[in-house]
Design a protein around this ligand. Structure first.
Ligand code: SF4
Length: 77
């Protein structure tokens, strides 16, 4: 697949590189906003934020508690 065949979501995945890799189901969810590589702002145990649960406030997704199932999960692709 060449670059011009990517959807906007797939393209963002190629340039927004996450800081961590875990088994959270959130990585495949369209509501997940990951902490990006090189970012020094968030606490070290955070892999990202959920944009759905507790909206309009972001729910922090911790590295330690691996979420494998979620009632609000929606696949991003
Ligand atoms: S809706 Fe659930 S699976 Fe999706 S990012 Fe939020 S916590 Fe993760």
């Amino acid at each position: 697949m060449s670059g011009k065949d990517l959807t906007p979501v797939e393209f963002l995945d190629t340039i927004l590189v996450p800081e961590k890799k875990t088994d959270h189901v959130c990585w495949q969810c369209k509501y997940f906003k990951p902490v990006l590589k090189g970012s020094s702002f968030p606490p070290a145990d955070i892999i990202g934020w959920c944009k759905k649960i507790h909206w309009p406030f972001f729910w922090v997704v911790p590295e330690k508690y691996v979420i494998k199932k979620c009632y609000a999960f929606e696949a991003k692709k």
